[in-house]
Write a protein that binds this ligand. Structure first.
Ligand code: SF4
Length: 479
């Protein structure tokens, strides 16, 4: 399966980099949850210094190569580019970032080195997904001895197992984990905290602990026939593509994907690209309410995916122990503003495979198993200080999906970094010196506590973008 977006040629990268205005206090920097100094790396590309550009990127975001491929750049950095105000095409920041990081990866150039001096303090990181690796890399660069505990066989979490193959190859995620190891971080795979090592042992052996546990299994639909072999969790299906031989993965002729988010889109486009004859996405609300980004939606349409809106699953049609279809019903908003099924609207959609993408469970049980006294919100996420990742247990910090409920990979990396700064300040107090770029990711480097600096810029942009999209789509309906 080919890359969805082609890399830039060097001449193309130079031309694009030369369009940048290298803005002072550039909005593209503040729109990046990891605070990459975008104009600085673009300027380096424009002068032919790809290695320097990659260093600028990777110092701020150790997963810069994968984020260059999977970040919603149109919503974040590129969405904030000032060239929009001049009715010009924004700078292709994502592709330039890919150009620089590919340049060093392809040549095996190591741009980051572990610090000469360690501070003698040890931190445990639980989970090697984007939040865990973001935290570990930052701590290592600040002089800590870091051990990452990962229950899976391979490091990388979502980036290794849960992103559509044509967007991000698992090998790139593994290469990024190697970059983290190059900084002196130990990654212990196949070790589950709570089973192979207890929370008490971590507290005994490490001065601070970061929890980047991500989310758990996919939510169930709660309908009859859900346990049939061809009714799968969408993330398990994507994981199979990453771990099994491609041509041996069973894909239905007629696939129905339940859900309206980016994972649903990944599962649908991936099924289409693996040879399914007809793929239909079923979403219980309307087109404008889908949580998937518009460019993801466009991609699915481009791949021939069909969409069935305002419809919800009622049960799986079973024939001889296999999926033969799905019973659906039409939905509408009740006068009380609640989504309800329209009586008598049931119909059957023929299919031989169903992929469920209706969100993931929180890791509440796992968290309680590790630290029974850790405070957890009613919705299952771990309670924390938004700026430092601190929890109600003084030396335990948290970030990523298990704390934010599930956002972008780049948000998880940014939260891992913030927590690393929180840990650094907690362990070293007044003497903690934060890196310069800390001020660009919502942590005030000048304060011993963590102040707020451009706290919701990325959120604002995202909300604004969604609002524009809703207006556009509903406008199209009216037309
Ligand atoms: Fe360059 Fe656009 Fe960022 Fe300004 S906002 S520095 S033009 S990428």
């Amino acid at each position: 399966m080919a890359d969805i977006q082609l890399p830039m040629r060097q001449i193309e990268a130079r031309v694009e980099a030369n369009r940048c205005l290298y803005c002072f206090d550039a909005p593209c920097i503040h729109a990046c949850p990891t605070g990459i100094d975008v104009p600085a790396f673009i300027r380096k590309i424009s002068s032919g210094n790809e290695i320097g550009a990659a260093k600028t990127i990777l110092e701020a975001n150790i997963l810069g190569a994968s984020c260059a491929r999977i970040c919603p750049t149109k919503v974040l950095c590129e969405g904030a580019c000032v060239l929009h105000d001049r009715d010009e095409k924004p700078i292709e920041i994502g592709r330039l970032q890919r150009h620089a990081t590919d340049f060093v990866n392809d040549r095996g150039i190591h741009v980051l080195k572990p610090p000469m001096k360690k501070n003698g303090k040890r931190v445990a990181v639980v989970g090697s997904g984007p939040a865990g690796l973001g935290c570990a890399a930052e701590l290592a660069q600040l002089g800590y001895e870091v051990t990452v505990f990962e229950k899976s066989k391979l490091p990388g979490g979502l980036n290794t197992y849960g992103i559509a193959y044509y967007k991000l190859k698992p090998q790139l995620s593994l290469d990024e984990a190697e970059l983290v190891k190059d900084l002196g971080v130990e990654i212990r795979c196949g070790v589950e905290v709570g089973r192979d090592i207890s929370g008490e042992e971590l507290q005994r052996d490490f001065q601070a602990i970061f929890l980047g546990l991500g989310l758990g299994d996919g939510n169930r639909l709660g309908i009859d026939g859900e346990n049939l072999p061809e009714c799968l969790d969408a993330l398990d299906f994507i994981k199979q593509i990453h771990t099994d031989v491609l041509h041996e993965i069973p894909v239905g002729h007629q696939v129905v994907v339940i859900g309206g988010g980016n994972t649903a889109i990944d599962a649908a486009t991936q099924s289409a690209r693996l040879g399914a004859k007809r793929v239909t996405m079923v979403y219980r609300r309307g087109e404008s309410q889908m949580s998937a980004y518009e460019f993801e939606y466009d991609k699915a349409k481009h791949d021939g995916v069909h969409f069935l809106f305002d419809s919800m699953p009622m049960g799986v049609v079973e024939v001889a122990g296999h999926v033969a279809g799905i019973r659906l019903a039409r939905t509408r908003m009740s006068t009380a503003g609640k989504l309800e099924m329209i009586p008598g609207s049931e119909f059957t959609q023929e299919c031989d495979m169903i992929l469920k993408a209706v969100g993931q469970e929180k890791q509440t049980e796992m968290v309680r198993g590790i630290f029974p006294s850790l405070a957890i919100e009613a919705n299952g996420v771990v309670t924390r200080d938004q700026l430092t990742g601190a929890t109600n247990i003084p030396h335990v910090f948290v970030g990523g999906d298990c704390a934010n409920g599930g956002r972008e990979v780049v948000n998880a990396v940014g939260e891992g970094k913030k927590a690393a700064h929180g840990i650094h300040t907690f362990l070293l107090g007044e003497s903690a010196k934060l890196p310069k770029q800390a001020s660009r990711i919502g942590v005030d480097a000048s304060a011993s506590g963590c102040g707020l600096h451009h706290p919701i810029r990325a959120h604002e942009l995202e909300a604004q973008w969604k609002a524009n999209r809703t207006t556009k789509i509903s406008g199209a309906h009216r037309g």
